[in-house]
Write a protein that binds this ligand. Structure first.
Ligand code: GDP
Ligand code: MG
Length: 295
């Protein structure tokens, strides 16, 4: 069979509803990092799924934020809006266990989209009674015309296949855009940096996502070994101390966990060196953001 349909599917929703988890479940590999803390996904990630007759290109978006005070937030907002324009199909995702003001805000952004919108109600595994989704459906069905309403569990991969089938039906006709075996548009280098950032977020208790960024300074691949040197940029000396931890214990943990995941990605042994450096107030400075690659 050849691919006769292809298109872009944007996954939109407030932080923490499970967008990146869904993307990883659909693709079957870790293409986007996830965490219980909001705002983990900072970049736009493409996840590419090639089926026998269709190629679906998913766009995992960062959350849309009300608070636009800081440069990083403005940046996140800009990509979220751009994605709505680029997509052929939009998945509007919520966490079924709680409807939030921010969900309402995201939905407002979709009103003028003029695209099919699939309402995906995620985390149904957390519901004791599946009928609990009915009040949410009733509340929304008069406010917005959804093409489909699909309850899923991204983490348990429940009803994911049904979602996939409905997406394929909505795709426009088109050629295969990426090779069969390509699962993301991001380089290994980028994915390695993201994995380090994921472990940092998971290992540090304090809120760090906004103020940390990871820059890969060295990435040398040979048949059996990949050597990686990465700088973790923070805003303040205090954050550096937090990340390094007592006698370096926390940074070591980040390194060990990141190395394990990167080894799965590159299929070689990995030698990972991490440094923590301070760059003051970079989130408030668009120029500094650009210098670190946030174009
Ligand atoms: P995003 O900010 O929308 O990309 O959300 P993430 O994919 O990073 O997920 C946020 C948190 O919700 C993580 O801790 C996930 O493990 C969790 N999560 C995602 N999907 C599900 C689900 O279907 N069920 C449950 N119980 N948790 C989920
Ligand atoms: Mg995410």
């Amino acid at each position: 069979m050849t691919v006769t349909k292809s298109g872009f599917v944007a996954i939109i929703g407030r932080p923490n509803v499970g967008k990146s988890t869904l993307l990883n479940s659909l693709i079957g590999e870790k293409v986007s990092i996830t965490s219980p803390k909001p705002q983990t996904t900072r970049w736009q990630i493409l996840g590419i799924q090639t089926l026998t007759s269709a190629q679906i290109i998913y766009i995992d978006t960062p959350g849309i934020h009300r608070d636009e005070k800081r440069a990083m937030n403005r940046y996140l907002n800009r990509i979220a809006s751009a994605v709505v324009l680029d997509a052929d199909v939009i998945i509007f995702m919520i966490d079924v266990t709680r409807w939030h003001d921010e969900d309402e805000m995201v939905l407002k952004k979709l009103h003028d989209a003029q695209k099919p919108v699939i309402f995906v109600m995620n985390k149904i595994d957390l519901l004791k009674d599946k009928a609990d989704i009915l009040p949410i459906i009733n509340k929304l069905k008069d406010k917005f015309h959804f093409t489909h309403i699909i309850p899923i569990s991204a983490i348990k991969e429940d009803n994911i296949h049904h979602l996939e089938e409905e997406i394929v039906k909505l795709l426009p006709e088109g050629p295969q855009l990426f090779p069969d075996d390509q699962m993301t548009d991001k380089s290994l280098r980028f994915q390695a940096a993201e994995i380090v950032r994921e472990k940092l977020i998971q290992v540090t208790e304090e809120e760090l996502p906004y103020t940390t960024t990871v820059e890969i300074e060295e990435f040398k691949q040979s048949e059996k070994l990949t050597e990686i040197g990465a700088v973790i940029w923070v805003e303040r000396p205090g954050q550096k101390i937090i990340i390094i931890g007592k006698k370096g214990a926390r940074l070591k943990k980040v390194g060990i966990q990141a190395r394990r995941d990167i080894e799965k990605l590159v299929h070689t042994k990995v030698f990972l060196r991490l440094w923590v450096k301070v760059k003051e107030n970079w989130t408030d400075d668009e120029r500094a953001l650009r210098s670190l690659g946030y174009e």
